[in-house]
Design a protein. Structure first.
Length: 348
């Protein structure tokens, strides 16, 4: 039987000049199921779909492997885990999808990700943007991925330029700047192209620069501190009075936390606001116990914040991901602690 040839199946993708620009970067892989199936009452994280360490997949497990399941997630954004597009295509021609880690400032391109629940009129306006270099359907078949050149006004908004993602307030679409992007390679159907071309009303956005400016102007300033600056052990350390600190933090904040609806149900933004609120209440407890002579490191604080967050933030698939070698929510807690520490240092 003749081996499958993805180039023949998806000529619009593999022959596209923008995709070819990205093809030589060693940041390509496929998405796979990370983790293992566990009983409903298990405390272990369930399987989740995520970019995998494709080099490990091809080489196979060794006796030193400790990851759950047959696959492990990509932990490095280079040849340690990833491949070029041509290498990936040759190695796994039957892959159902591809994933690429986009670095807009390096690549000179960004991805506009239009969600399946985006209002049709808004989606039509986005699909009418001039300068689209590549377009495809999303995995759901109801959203779109658009590859576009880096806006000419990109550096006019330094705060936004440092973000990983710029999201529209309702979550209808987002600009990916420093983020994983999954490509389905499925072209936009002719009927949708015809509908977009037939639109006669004035578009909401005149250019990618116009769209970027509308999102970038609302990007909030951050301290620039990195979550990786906070060192958390693989397991929770022995933290004095940790249970009392967490319980008292939860008791004080229980009816003070904001609702996801306040963030148009953008769960990432809501979760970070919860962490920020919990941190504010926790500081009172930390000061009280510090007065007894106990010292708490930033890593200790991140663990305490994580433990409190687990009690009030509902679990979702994102939480089974790992960032900087630790659970997603623990890394988000570390990011907030790093940010608050940096802000405090800058005002002293």
């Amino acid at each position: 039987m003749t081996p499958a040839d993805p180039h023949a199946w998806f000529p619009q993708f593999y022959g596209n000049p923008a995709i070819r620009t990205l093809a030589s970067a060693c940041r390509w892989t496929i998405s796979g199921q990370i983790g293992e199936e566990t009983p409903d009452d298990s405390t272990k994280p369930p399987k989740r779909k995520a970019p995998i360490d494709v080099r490990h997949l091809l080489a196979g497990c060794t006796s030193s492997c400790k990851h759950a399941g047959s696959l492990r997630g990509a932990f490095a954004l280079n040849e340690t885990c990833l491949l070029t597009l041509d290498e990936l295509t040759a190695a796994i021609p039957n892959a159902a999808n591809t994933a690429f880690y986009l670095q807009a400032q390096t690549d000179g391109l960004l991805v506009l990700d239009i969600e399946a629940d985006c209002r049709p009129g808004v989606a039509t306006d986005l699909l009418r943007l001039p300068g689209i270099l590549y377009s495809e359907l999303s995995m759901s078949g109801r959203g779109f991925h658009l590859v576009m050149p880096l806006p000419k006004n990109f550096h006019d908004f330094p705060v936004a330029a440092g973000k990983r993602v710029l999201r529209e307030e309702h979550g209808w679409y987002e600009l990916l700047l420093d983020h994983w992007s999954t490509f389905t390679r499925q072209p936009v159907p002719d009927r949708i192209v015809a509908h977009v071309n037939a639109a006669t009303s004035a578009p909401a956005f005149a250019s990618i620069e116009d769209l970027y400016a509308q999102l970038a102007v609302n990007a909030s300033e951050s301290s620039g501190a990195s979550a990786s600056a906070v060192d958390t052990a693989e397991e929770m350390p022995d933290i004095p009075y940790w249970q009392a600190i967490v319980e008292q933090t939860l008791a004080g904040s229980r009816h003070q936390l904001r609702d996801p609806g306040d963030f148009n149900h953008d769960m990432s933004r809501w979760e970070f606001s919860v962490l920020a609120s919990l941190y504010g209440w926790m500081r009172t407890q930390l000061r009280a116990y510090s007065a007894l002579g106990v010292e708490y490191s930033t890593g200790d604080t991140a663990w305490l914040l994580y433990k409190a967050a687990l009690d009030v933030i509902p679990e979702r698939p994102k939480h089974s991901e790992r960032r900087n070698g630790r659970p997603f929510l623990l890394d988000r807690a570390a990011a907030l602690v790093a940010d608050r520490k940096a802000r405090s240092s800058s005002t002293n």
